[in-house]
Unconditional design. Structure first.
Length: 426
């Protein structure tokens, strides 16, 4: 899959599947499965919008349903639908192609991305990784098996993974976007996105449609690779999905099964310095806990730490009001890490409690008021600190930051086959 004369920079142009031309793209595109995990009304709305239409909703399992008793049955139905669609000739296939994306939302400037495929041989999510592609947050290994179960018999993948490059000179996606837009290239899809997701346009780039732009992307990646010091891509969104793809590939490889397609995972590549990339905090909501008990636990635990460096003061909200919890800075170098350490300890001692990760302050307040949650508010992280911090201390605490608000997350649109012709679904 690596083109002639170019270096193996860990990224390539995949064979992309798009739906039939007459597909209603508004109903086809659905937000990533790991969003709105405490909001069943959101997913009921999606189901009502989609109805009987062709939609990526038919090929996904929203994670809000991952722990439901019928999850295995849902997965079987998803895999059966995938095979039915793949066999029906429904998809248009674009070989060895990129798709340049232009995404506009009410929250941020236009975000430019490049749908591509990353080489899982060059990705390692483990702590202390020095791989070309690295996780930006700690990977919870317990979250991988259920996601592998979904991928195991899937005929194709749909990416919600977003990978960041550190390209301050804007050499990869930006020149490609300027060329495509200046030539008036017609998009292969152009649609509003349901539930406040804004608008997205996608432009095909391959050796036949835009050969100079196509080759220019690889030239720019070669140069970026030379400047990368061994760390070229940071996983911004979808870390656990990429980790699951990696584990699935390693399983096939070790079992001696054909796995060339599974070696790659499709993702959207975005420049960290793009104006449309705005880091937002990810707040925490604790369910099933007594707020007074949480505060007492926090005080008892944190007073065993050195306080000479001072405290983080983290706001919280419950149905009874608001307050501030103080955690010594010595617990972790990041505010998010300090709070997460305390909450992990509390949940370990109180296994009936559950934590969720929420993107918007309004939703945190709503969950505290309507469902009795205890919400904690965290500050934004500067995106300029991301790669240097990951290089220095490794993966960040899980859910340290979010790239934008929940409606700005990637919507499923493109698909890619992950089954080698010789390998039967098992």
């Amino acid at each position: 899959m690596i083109l002639k004369k170019h270096k193996n920079t860990g990224l390539t142009a995949p064979d992309i599947l798009l739906p039939a031309e007459n597909t209603d793209m508004y109903k086809w595109a659905v937000v990533a499965c790991d969003q709105y995990t405490s909001d069943p009304d959101y997913w009921r709305d999606v189901e009502n919008i989609v109805g009987d239409s062709d939609s990526t909703y038919n090929f996904m399992l929203p994670e809000i349903y991952l722990e439901e008793s019928d999850a295995d049955e849902r997965i079987e139905k998803i895999n059966a639908r995938m095979k039915e669609y793949a066999d029906s000739g429904f998809f248009r296939e674009f070989r060895n192609s990129f798709i340049l994306t232009r995404r506009k939302t009410p929250y941020s400037p236009v975000r430019t991305g490049l749908v591509a495929a990353v080489d899982l041989e060059k990705y390692d999510y483990n702590k202390g990784s020095a791989s070309l592609i690295r996780a930006t947050e700690g990977t919870v290994t317990e979250r991988i098996p259920p996601r592998m179960k979904i991928r195991k018999n899937a005929v194709f993948e749909m990416p919600h993974i977003m990978i960041l490059t550190d390209d301050p000179d804007r050499t990869v996606t930006e020149p490609a976007a300027r060329a495509i837009l200046s030539r008036g290239v017609k998009p292969v899809y152009d649609t509003d996105l349901m539930k406040g997701g804004g608008h997205i346009s996608g432009y095909l780039i391959n050796e036949e449609t835009e050969p100079d732009v196509f080759d220019g992307i690889f030239d720019a990646l070669d140069e970026l690779y030379d400047r990368s010091n061994g760390f070229m891509y940071a996983v911004g969104d979808g870390n656990h999905s990429l980790a699951s793809a990696k584990c699935h590939y390693e399983y096939l490889k070790q079992a001696g099964l054909p796995c060339e397609r599974a070696r790659y995972a499709m993702a959207e590549i975005v420049n960290l310095h793009d104006e449309g990339i705005i880091f937002r905090p990810i707040h925490r909501v604790l369910f099933g806990a007594d707020a007074k008990d949480v505060l007492s636990y926090t005080y008892d635990i944190t007073r065993t730490y050195d306080t000479s460096e001072g405290f983080y003061e983290i706001g919280y909200v419950t149905k009874d009001g608001r307050g501030t919890v103080r955690i010594p800075r010595s617990v972790h170098m990041l505010e998010c890490g300090a709070l997460q350490a305390v909450l992990d300890g509390y949940i370990s001692a109180h296994p009936s409690c559950r934590i969720d990760y929420i993107h918007g302050e309004d939703e945190v307040r709503q969950l505290a008021a309507s469902r009795g949650g205890m919400g904690f508010f965290l500050p934004e992280m500067s995106k300029d600190m991301l790669l240097p911090t990951v290089s220095r201390m490794g993966a960040l605490p899980r859910k340290t930051f979010s790239m934008g608000e929940a409606p700005e997350k990637r919507y499923y649109i493109e698909c890619r086959s992950i089954i080698d012709n010789q390998r039967k679904i098992f």
